[in-house]
Design a protein around this ligand. Structure first.
Ligand code: GP9
Ligand code: MN
Length: 431
């Protein structure tokens, strides 16, 4: 109830990170493209198979002088996978300990999400994805989040053409080409999220789209991963070319994020082969959870940023770049550019990574060296580890309280108007 919310609000206030004056508001009024790299992991950046770059275009974007690239950024999803990533990025709330928060709470809960916040700052907001609108309960949840438009399968004429489909939906190159037509008609400034899907388990790809050899781990659901990742890379490159030709590249923030791991921890032997190691420890598996997060804008002071963070931190990072403070929002992230952020990354199962130590799969390590430690034998480390664990447990519990108790219905950020889901319809107009 409202008392619970007050306790949470005060805790978050006491743990708030400062804005970064050098970046705050630098991209105010710019369009935003959130580009969802399905199942794309950080290890693919600058990765080569037999000397061939898997993702040359993403690598170039990652190293661009106007791209902020985070190389200690982790996925924090639970069973909700893509849906948990979307929940964290749009609301600053974690997914739930089990199930998908979008499915279980997306329709009925009150949210104060990025699309609604930016809508109220004069933005038009749109989500684009080639799957059916009801997958992960997106159609209902997006209304709670305040998306003006949701271009889903019925909006894509090629959606049912077998030649253009593979795995979970339309091939990304086709989807992105058709998506461009919707983006160029959006009133500006717009906030858009584009969700790709071809790079998805089990990573099948038709022959004419294959442009790199499979890896040779002999794990058949792993060895195609580099092929669909390279296809995604080419799809992104084609989209970027269109952005440049249409002029949108010069007045837009383009943020890329991997939503979660592609190769799960059950493939330890294959992971060892892909990373050139004899075996895979829990230290390796923690780092295996890294996904890319990159933000590009013309003139943005770029570079590789080593801060330890994750998907929960994207909302304050993006909104602060757009000059929108989040100090009045109930959200669990800390701006990745903040000078005093805690650098603690909670995973959904209560494990965590921090700048000093990490806890993963029941083991503890020094983060920068991989040295395994036993907290019982190291009192100083134990003190820090215990404090970190209680912070992680509190953040996850409080976020679950907000979700399961729908606590945001008791709250309204200053200068925010409550979202009325009846104001939204995503049905494709006939004709
Ligand atoms: C489904 C697509 C894949 O529409 O987003 O979702 P995932 O299986 O990654 O959660
Ligand atoms: Mn996904």
């Amino acid at each position: 109830d409202a008392q619970d919310l007050n306790k949470i609000k005060n805790y978050l206030k006491d743990n708030q990170a400062l804005q970064n004056a050098a970046y705050f508001g630098k991209e105010k009024g710019k369009n935003v493209i959130m580009f969802h790299l399905e199942s794309f992991q950080q290890f693919l950046i600058d990765y080569k198979v037999d000397g061939v770059e898997v993702t040359p275009n993403l690598n170039k974007f990652y190293h661009d002088q106007n791209t902020l690239s985070f190389d200690n950024f982790y996925n924090q999803v639970g069973q909700g996978k893509t849906a948990d990533a979307e929940m964290m990025l749009e609301t600053g709330l974690f997914g739930t300990a089990s199930g998908s928060a979008m499915v279980n709470y997306g329709t009925s809960n009150t949210y104060q999400a990025v699309p609604a916040i930016l809508d109220q700052q004069g933005y038009t907001t749109a989500a684009l994805h080639g799957d059916v609108a009801s997958f992960w309960n997106r159609d209902n949840t997006y209304k709670s989040w305040g998306y003006d438009y949701f271009f889903s399968k019925p909006y894509f004429k090629n959606a049912d053409n077998a030649n253009y489909n593979i795995g979970y939906g339309m091939k990304d190159k086709i989807f992105l080409k058709d998506s461009a037509k919707y983006l160029e008609q959006l009133p500006q400034p717009f906030y858009s999220k584009i969700i790709t899907v071809t790079n998805h388990y089990p990573y099948d790809l038709d022959k004419q789209n294959i442009s790199i050899a499979k890896t040779k781990t002999s794990d058949k659901t792993v060895d195609g991963y580099v092929q669909t990742a390279r296809y995604l890379d080419q799809s992104f490159a084609e989209f970027l070319n269109w952005m440049k030709k249409s002029g949108l590249y010069d007045n837009s923030v383009i943020a890329l994020y991997g939503d979660h791991y592609g190769i799960s921890e059950n493939h330890k032997a294959a992971i060892a082969k892909l990373t050139g190691k004899k075996s895979t420890t829990n230290f390796d598996l923690a780092n295996w959870q890294k996904v890319p997060f990159m933000v590009h804008a013309p003139g943005l002071k770029g570079g590789v940023n080593h801060t330890y963070g994750g998907e929960i931190d994207v909302m304050p990072t993006i909104l602060h770049l757009l000059g929108k403070s989040t100090q009045d929002n109930i959200q669990f992230g800390q701006d990745l550019l903040s000078p005093n952020r805690r650098q603690i990354v909670p995973f959904r199962n209560g494990d965590w990574v921090s700048a000093e130590y990490m806890k993963y799969g029941g083991d503890y390590y020094v983060t920068t060296t991989g040295t395994k430690i036993k907290p019982k034998e190291d009192p100083r480390a134990k003190e820090i580890i215990d404090q970190t664990q209680s912070y992680v447990d509190k953040m996850l519990t409080y976020s679950d309280d907000v979700q399961t108790g729908d606590l945001l219905r008791f709250y309204k950020p200053k200068d925010f108007k409550k979202v009325n889901i009846k104001d939204y319809s995503y049905q494709r107009a006939k004709g």
